[in-house]
Write a protein that binds this ligand. Structure first.
Ligand SMILES: Nc1ncnc2c1ncn2[C@@H]1O[C@H](COP(=O)(O)OP(=O)(O)OP(=O)(O)O)[C@@H](O)[C@H]1O
Length: 201
């Protein structure tokens, strides 16, 4: 599903990622922890092909659809939630808005909300970011700090959603600064000084 091999990334002479290797098969759910600035977002961006590594490769199997929430998701700020989702769905033409509505309401969002996205709070934006990352049955899902700004109820929904996606065989990478995450995951990794290491209990 995903093979990251000997990946390096240097910013301003500083090696942020140093020989990072990661192989994930379909259905694996992992959690990567690491302090602020440890390179979690950089690694996810390389996996999503938003950034090129300075050395090494990151390869996703050809047929795999990617869903990603990395840093601040970009929306059309002057448009409503509905218009934003319709726009995103129009790119792949695979999913109808009706299919996404249960996901919208379980996170307490209102598809009829007439406010533009720029009026949304951090937590509301995070929820929309989560929804767009999973709403088209994407098989590989990257979630960078997905709990940011979420209230208790939404956090519970997120935990349930990830458990469901895991049951459906989705491959998921969750990154957060926190080693202790409320989210169910299988394998834990830590990113420190540019190195990604699997934590064994
Ligand atoms: N486009 C860029 N140009 C220059 N430096 C960058 C760029 N993107 C990231 N960096 C630097 O790379 C390092 C890792 O950043 P990254 O955002 O990947 O860390 P992170 O682990 O996601 O941090 P956080 O938990 O704070 O979000 C930081 O020192 C950051 O300043």
């Amino acid at each position: 599903m995903l093979t990251v091999t000997h990946v390096e990334k240097v910013f301003s002479g500083q090696k942020v990622l140093d020989d990072v290797n990661l192989t994930l098969s379909a259905g694996e759910v992992i959690h990567i922890s690491g302090g602020n600035g440890s390179g979690k977002s950089t690694l996810l961006k390389i996996i999503a092909d938003w950034l090129k590594p300075d050395a090494g490769t990151s390869v996703i199997d050809g047929h795999v659809e990617l869903g990603a929430l990395i840093e601040n998701p970009g929306f059309i700020e002057t448009e409503t939630l509905k218009r934003n989702l319709l726009f995103l769905l129009s790119i792949r033409h695979q999913t109808k808005l009706e299919t996404v509505l249960p996901l919208v309401s379980r996170f307490g969002l209102d598809i009829q909300n007439r406010a533009s996205m720029k009026k949304y709070s951090i937590g509301m934006r995070e929820k929309v970011g989560i929804i767009q990352a999973v709403m088209e049955d994407q098989q590989l899902i990257l979630l960078d700090e997905p709990t940011r700004g979420l209230d208790e109820q939404s956090l519970t929904e997120l935990v349930k959603l990830i458990a469901e996606l895991r049951q459906q065989g989705k491959t998921i990478i969750i990154a957060s600064h926190d080693q202790a995450t409320p989210i169910a995951y299988t394998d834990r990794y830590v990113l420190e000084r540019g190195e990604l290491t699997r934590i064994t209990d």
